[in-house]
Design a protein around this ligand. Structure first.
Ligand code: LMR
Length: 406
C-alpha cells in the first residue's frame, strides 16, 4: 500500500530550522523563521502577554469547546483591529468573522470558500510570496488556477508596481481572486505607498476582483497598529469591494505556537439583506470539517490583551520594542557592510520593512553562508532580522562580505 509513496522532499524555513538545530557549530546563526528573538537571541514572551496570563489565573480555567465560530470577544476585538472603530459603525452585519488556526487556517478556509462558492478562474499571488501560499491554494482550491503577478524588481530591488498593474490590467479576469499582503510583505519587506494602494484598489474595484489580504504583521511595519491597517481600511471605504482578511496574531502577540487568528470577509454594504451572517455560516461549515473550531487558550490570552486597557497599552510598548530592535538590527547590518566596503549596495536592508530583508544574495552564496559560516537563511536570500543580535551581527556581515567577494 505505501511502497509506491514518494517521500516528501522537506524544504522551507521549518526544514532548514531542523538542519540548523542539528548543526553543532558554536558560531551558527539562525536567520530563517520569522519569529521574534530578543537581544540575546532568545524567544521573547511579550510583557502584555505575561500579564494577561496572570489576570486569567490559568490554573482555574476550564477547557470547554469554543463555539464553532470561535471566541466572540476575540472576534469583536480582532475586527476592530482590522477595520477600526469608526469604519466598523458602517458595517451593519456585512462582515463575516470566524476564529481560525492562525493565518494558515484563515488562508486555507478562504481558499476552500472561494473555490466552492465564488468560482474564480484564477488566484493571483505576488511573485514572490510566502511559500506556503502556493501549497495552501494547491491543497484547498485545486480547481482555481494559480497565477503570479510581478511584485519584485530584481535589478534595483524595488517593488515592481508598474509590472503588477500592467499584468493585472491585461490578464486578470472579472471575479478572479487576488492575494495582497496588508503590510510588511513577506519575503521582500517592500510595501506599496498609499498612492499605489489607492490605484490598486481602483483596479480591484473596476475588475471586480475578490481581494484576500494576508495580515500577519500588523504592528510590525511601522510599530503602529492603525498605520499598518491603512490599506485594508482604504479598501473598506469602497462599499462594493468585497474582500477577506486573514489575520494572524502569531507575530504581533508572539503567540506563535498557540495558533491564534481570524478570518473576516467584508461583503458589499449595498447588499440587502446584508450577506455577513450567511457567509459566516459557510466559513464555519468549511472549518468544521477541517478542525471543528480554533483553540481556546491563545484566544483567552489575546482577548485579554486586546480588551483590557492597561494590557493594550503594554502591548503597544511591546510592539515598539520588537519593531525598534528589528530596525536597529537592519541599521547595524547595513553599517557593518558599509564599513567592510562589501561589494554592491545595501541601502535596501534599511529601506525594507517588517521582519525580513530580501538581501539579494544568490542561492550559491546562501549555500556558502550555511556550509562555511553556519549562517542560515532561505535560498531566496530572505533573512529574518530577528536572528541578528549585537553579538553576531559583525560575524554575519563578515560572512556576507566573504561570499559576495568570492
Ligand atoms: C515565515 O515566513 O518564516 C513565517 O511566516 C513562518 C512560516 O510559517 O513560514
Amino acid at each position: 500500500r505505501f511502497s509506491k509513496l514518494q517521500p516528501v522532499r522537506a524544504s522551507g524555513p521549518f526544514a532548514l530550522d531542523a538542519t540548523f538545530r542539528a548543526d553543532p557549530d558554536s558560531k551558527k546563526v539562525n536567520l530563517l523563521i520569522g519569529a521574534y528573538r530578543d537581544g540575546e537571541g532568545n524567544p521573547w514572551q511579550l510583557t502584555s502577554v505575561a500579564n494577561a496570563k496572570k489576570t486569567l489565573k490559568i490554573e482555574t480555567c476550564n477547557h470547554e469547546y469554543l463555539p464553532l465560530v470561535g471566541s466572540i470577544e476575540l472576534l469583536e476585538a480582532a475586527r476592530e483591529l482590522v477595520f477600526g472603530d469608526e469604519l466598523l459603525q458602517q458595517a451593519n452585519n456585512s462582515i463575516a468573522s470566524i476564529q481560525t488556526i492562525s493565518g494558515t487556517g484563515a488562508n486555507s478556509v478562504i481558499a476552500q470558500f472561494a473555490q466552492t462558492h465564488l468560482h474564480p478562474a484564477n488566484i493571483w499571488l505576488p511573485d514572490p510570496t510566502w511559500e506556503n501560499h502556493y501549497s495552501i491554494w494547491d491543497q484547498n482550491a485545486p480547481n482555481v488556477t494559480q497565477r503570479r503577478y510581478p511584485y519584485y524588481n530584481d535589478c534595483d530591488r524595488s517593488f515592481d508596481f508598474q509590472g503588477m498593474m500592467r499584468v493585472l490590467q491585461e490578464d486578470a479576469q472579472e471575479n478572479d481572486a487576488i492575494l495582497l499582503h496588508a503590510c510588511a510583505h513577506n519575503p521582500t519587506g517592500l510595501d506599496p505607498t498609499r498612492e499605489q494602494w489607492q490605484e490598486i484598489a481602483i483596479l480591484c474595484n473596476e475588475k471586480k476582483l475578490f481581494v484576500i489580504f494576508d495580515s500577519a504583521y500588523q504592528g510590525f511595519a511601522s510599530g503602529d497598529l492603525d498605520r499598518d491597517a491603512w490599506a485594508m481600511r482604504h479598501f473598506f471605504r469602497y462599499p462594493n469591494i468585497e474582500f477577506a482578511v486573514c489575520q494572524s496574531f502569531s507575530k504581533n502577540l508572539g503567540l506563535y505556537g498557540e495558533r491564534v487568528g481570524a478570518l473576516h470577509v467584508a461583503t458589499s454594504r449595498t447588499c440587502s439583506p446584508p450577506a455577513g451572517q450567511c457567509v459566516q455560516g459557510h466559513l464555519i461549515d468549511i472549518q468544521r470539517s477541517m478542525c471543528s473550531m480554533a483553540p481556546l487558550f491563545g484566544a483567552r490570552v489575546a482577548t485579554a490583551v486586546l480588551l483590557q486597557p492597561d494590557l493594550r497599552e503594554m502591548w503597544k510598548t511591546d510592539l515598539e520594542v520588537m519593531s525598534g530592535r528589528i530596525k536597529a538590527m537592519r541599521k547595524a547590518l547595513y553599517d557593518e557592510l558599509v564599513i567592510l566596503r562589501t561589494r554592491g549596495t545595501w541601502e535596501h536592508i534599511v529601506e525594507q520593512t517588517g521582519m525580513f530583508s530580501y538581501t539579494g544574495l544568490r542561492e550559491h552564496q546562501v549555500a556558502e553562508l550555511q556550509d562555511v559560516y553556519h549562517v542560515y537563511l532561505l535560498p531566496s536570500g530572505r533573512i529574518s532580522l530577528c536572528g541578528l543580535t549585537a553579538a553576531n551581527v559583525k560575524y554575519v556581515a563578515r560572512a556576507i562580505h566573504s561570499v559576495v567577494a568570492a
